[in-house]
Design a protein around this ligand. Structure first.
Ligand code: 5GW
Ligand code: MN
Length: 302
């Protein structure tokens, strides 16, 4: 209808200008690191983007973000409070955010003072005695929840491990159709070092790839993340039938998926850094930090 046409035109012009500004900024920046993949996806490093331009773009686009996290068994007490409190400070501030907490202990989810336009939903899941089974059903749970709930509330989804803490802006510059994270231990390594699944019997089997991605953070549009989660779940089901299990479980399947369907945006290891590695010249900020591992104390016997 004609009375709608005019504002739409202005909006799309504004949006094109914003996209142009954002791209221009990318071109000017960082010469010490790789800022684009061979297929043209940006690799996000501090200094190569202007945060307020992304925020303006995503507010104009009415982007909203779901954050899914599993806190099963002892991981809840150990990590969830610090994860959520720090997410309130740093994750997608200024955009609507909905947390989805999957746990076998809903009554133990810490209460939290949420900022405006931020909400939290707790969803009960079964605790399995074998982590491999939790891990496998995690992808199915994510896909099912995107279909039944998330896609009605949010335009984008991030899926994260709980054993980490936000320490700096993790903002709208991280949003894209499909988003993968460079693993802090492999972003600098020669490809031969990547720990892909090398078992030809596994559906996650691969020989070469682009990068080694870390499964602790991935995301994208609802449609893309649902497809990612479904493919990983299918892969692990197929492996179960073949009597094998991928070397790094979800992470192996995720790496296979992103090899076949390359991500539209890649996050530098700033977005999930292990402080144990120490100082590196190219790491100017650490946006998420791994919490210290406490495998002995926290994991069920596997
Ligand atoms: C993980 C490994 C062995 C046994 C149990 C678990 C486990 C993982 C668990 O008992 N409870 C749980 O909530 N998780 C979820 O899976 C957490 O969100 C956790 O961050 C994620 C991946 O497991 P991590 O963090 O132990 O795996 P790594 O690869 O980061 O060491
Ligand atoms: Mn973890």
């Amino acid at each position: 209808m004609s009375f709608l046409a005019e504002p739409t035109v202005i909006d799309s012009e504004k949006r094109d200008q914003l996209d142009a500004d954002i791209t221009l900024h990318h071109l000017r920046s960082r010469t010490d690191v790789q800022t684009h993949t061979s297929w043209g996806a940006p690799i996000m490093w501090d200094g190569m983007f202007q945060a307020d331009l992304y925020d303006l773009k995503h507010k104009t686009d009415k982007s909203s973000v779901a954050l899914t996290v599993f806190a099963v068994g002892r991981y809840l007490d150990a990590y969830l409070g610090a994860f959520l409190n720090s997410a309130e400070q740093h994750f997608m501030v200024g955009l609507p955010v909905k947390y989805y907490i999957f746990t076998d202990l809903p009554e133990k989810v810490p209460s939290l003072q949420l900022g405006p336009q931020r909400s939290l939903e707790v969803i009960r899941v079964q605790g399995h005695s074998r982590w491999q089974d939790i891990s496998m059903t995690r992808m199915k749970t994510i896909a099912d929840t995107i279909e039944s709930d998330i896609r009605h509330h949010s335009t984008h989804v991030f899926c994260m491990d709980v054993d980490q803490v936000f320490a700096w802006r993790f903002g709208s510059e991280a949003l894209s159709d499909s988003v993968a994270l460079l693993h802090a231990y492999y972003y600098n390594s020669p490809k031969e070092m990547f720990t892909y699944d090398r078992n030809p019997k596994s559906s996650a089997f691969m020989v070469t790839g682009d990068f080694y991605y870390h499964a602790a953070v991935f995301g994208g549009s609802c449609t893309s993340v649902k497809a990612i989660a479904e493919a990983c779940y299918r892969g692990s089901l197929q492996d179960k039938d073949s009597g094998v299990e991928a070397l790094w479980h979800d992470e192996s399947h995720l790496n296979k998926y992103f090899w076949l369907h390359r991500p539209s945006k890649v996050l530098s290891p700033e977005y999930c850094w292990d402080p144990v590695i120490g100082q590196r010249q190219e790491i100017h900020v650490t946006r998420i930090r791994w919490a210290p591992k406490q495998y002995q104390a926290l994991r069920p016997n596997v």
